[in-house]
Ligand binder design. Sequence first.
Ligand code: GDP
Ligand code: MG
Length: 162
Amino acid sequence: MLPVLALVGRPNVGKSTLFNRLTRTRDALVANFPGLTRDRKYGQANVADHEFIVVDTGGITGDEEGIDALMAGQSLQAIEEADAVFFLVDARAGLTVADEAIAMHLRKQEKKVFLVANKTDGIDADSATGEFYALALGEVYQIAAAHGKGVRSLIEKALDGF
Ligand code: GDP
Ligand code: MG
């Protein structure tokens, strides 16, 4: 069995963009419309000599009703199935209430969680990501999924030991 890496976070933080980079496909729907990927999606990845399964999710808003509730349910199932979880946040948007709700859930999990601040391209990444330490999930890893910045070294760290 290959290790399973789940990508979770609120809509529009860049989960599908990272999924596509890791799997080198365009299969996950990437859009400017938040929450378009409404189901879990699986792909196989081979990055930095690690072979693994990536799970893209529709996103959790922390305030779930209707279709949002279904998306959140999918995300929670993806977390259950995963060996490691990347919790993505948006370095440009900053810390949101939804991020806090998701973090609260993840802190109760036994899973290996990596807090990943995406969209750190073209900004002062250190000052933009400092506030995410308040989520109490340890290190904040800086990446730019759209450009590949920080992705390889994060995968090396996350999948070391699998
Ligand atoms: P998802 O809803 O979490 O799956 O987010 P998407 O992958 O669909 O991306 C949402 C938006 O953020 C899209 O417009 C992406 O082009 C943009 N985006 C994703 N990654 C990056 C990044 O590294 N840098 C910047 N500047 N934009 C990004
Ligand atoms: Mg998506």
